[in-house]
Design a protein around this ligand. Structure first.
Ligand code: IPM
Ligand code: MG
Length: 351
């Protein structure tokens, strides 16, 4: 039995996940959908953003799909119990080390980008972000008080050969199914972990992937190139922190953060974790205007990468494209469709 665990979470999460439920009911009625409390909502109900029970259900599902986490009302919760901590714990416990963040510009949306149409038309980047290592999890970390009364905050950026190699392998494999190019971004000019990153990617390439074109780019230059000439990239491989930043920049280039899905994958056969890139958007939560496409496209990625249903995924992707081409647009992409009207348009376009 294939099972999708929905964790709607906070803010607009429940609204966009409701549309995933409707799409799944129409498209894949045989997939069992379970749902659980998570994030700030779970903190309020259980004093923790991720209970052991929900984590166990996540680990035994086929795939997990998140809505969004966090909001201003939890800004003062202890850091270890904040909604974001629940997300990091879920990524770590599920061991989903490779985060696929496609930045794709749908033709109907090229004018919604803050960049010129000619710069973003045809944009199709796959960012592969390392997700369970680096400065997000490195020890030691903390804030300490010095003898002179000042405080000192510190984090540790750390990567092992194995951590770099396994995510780089995912990037090279993906490139083979696309335009066969990988750009690896780090800061090897100032960071030891960046030097190692570059060495390991270079060695893996020489060993197993000489058929793929590999380029190295400093991460700051990559940020600049994403807003200058984003279509030069095919697969962009980078670490956890740089990937966080570069994926927001690439997302905006496509027109709206409300459009972009993501997939976090671990070893083959383990459940994947799928989430829209957008946050909880507290300013529009509960108003029925959020764009559900990032969540719906996250389900599309789940069909492809966890449920082994590439054909069904293709069908859903085509329906989203048709809905957009037919003028179904939510507020963030220049239209007036409500969240449910957008869900209706996708379902109607399934044909
Ligand atoms: C993301 C988010 C998260 C991250 C936050 C919410 C912890 O920004 O998924 O990009 O930094 O990874
Ligand atoms: Mg981010």
């Amino acid at each position: 039995m294939q099972m999708l665990l929905l964790l709607p979470g906070d803010g607009i999460g429940p609204e966009v996940c409701a549309e995933v439920r409707r799409v799944a009911a129409a498209l894949t009625p045989d997939i069992v959908i379970d749902e659980a409390i998570y994030g700030g909502a779970s903190f309020d109900a259980h004093g923790t953003p991720l209970t052991d029970d929900v984590l166990a259900r996540a680990l035994s599902s086929t795939a997990v799909l998140l809505g969004a986490v966090g909001g201003p009302q939890w800004a003062n919760a202890p850091r270890a119990l904040r909604p974001e901590a629940g997300l990091l714990k879920l990524r770590k416990e599920m061991q989903v080390f490779a985060n696929l963040r496609p930045a794709l510009c749908f033709d109907a949306l090229a004018d919604a980008s803050s960049l010129k149409r000619e710069v973003v038309a045809g944009l199709d980047i796959m960012i592969v972000r390392e997700l369970t290592g680096g400065v997000y999890f490195g020890e030691p970390r903390g804030i300490e008080t010095l003898a002179d009364g000042q405080q000192r905050g510190f984090d540790t950026q750390v990567y092992t050969t194995g951590e770099i190699e396994r995510v780089a392998r995912v990037a090279f494999e993906l490139a083979r199914g696309r335009s066969n190019r990988v750009t690896s971004a780090e800061k090897s000019n100032v960071m030891e972990s960046g030097v190692l990153w570059k060495q390991v990617v270079t060695a893996l390439h020489a060993r197993d992937y000489t058929d793929v074109q590999l380029d190295h780019m400093l991460a700051d230059n990559a940020a600049m190139q994403i807003v200058r000439a984003p279509t030069q990239f095919d697969v962009l491989l980078t670490d956890n922190l740089f990937g966080d930043i570069l994926s927001d920049a690439a997302a905006q280039a496509t027109g709206s953060l409300g459009m972009l899905p993501s997939a976090a994958l671990g070893e083959a056969g383990k459940p994947g974790l799928y989430e829209p890139i957008h946050g909880s958007a507290p300013d529009i939560a509960g108003k029925g205007v959020a764009n559900p496409l990032a969540a719906i496209l996250s389900f599309e990625m789940a069909l492809r990468w966890s449920f082994g249903r590439a054909d069904t995924a293709d069908r859903l992707f085509a329906a989203v494209t048709r809905a957009l081409d037919g003028g179904a647009l939510t507020r963030d992409i220049g239209g007036t469709h409500s969240t449910t009207a957008m869900g209706d348009a996708v379902i109607a376009a399934l044909g």
